[in-house]
Write a new protein. Sequence first.
Length: 132
Amino acid sequence: EYRLALREPTAEQALLANNLGAILLDANDPAALAAFQETVRLLDGRDLGELRYNLAGLALREGRNADAVADMEQARNLVTPAAPLLIDLTRAYRETGRLAEASATLAEAAERSRVDLANTASAYRPMASQRL
């Protein structure tokens, strides 16, 4: 359905292409890279934090930890950093030997998790606490 939606010209095409890439990345589908490349094309020089985070996920999966750090640091500057981004950044810092930054980022992730959980509707907190 994402591919069908991408055929229709809309202002959200870059977001759709990025989301498709994220879905394909989660499924370990090699077509994820093509979806991310399409996102870059559709952005036409603009940046997107979510794309940077997804590219970092691809880099982590491929063992390109320094590239992952660079993309996650960009994502962190473009979007409010959620706990999963911070946890992945902690991992990338650790893998590149940047242990002090890994420790500080892990502490930030723990605080972000507490804030996110506190801002979650009480009915959804048990589910959110398992995720965070």
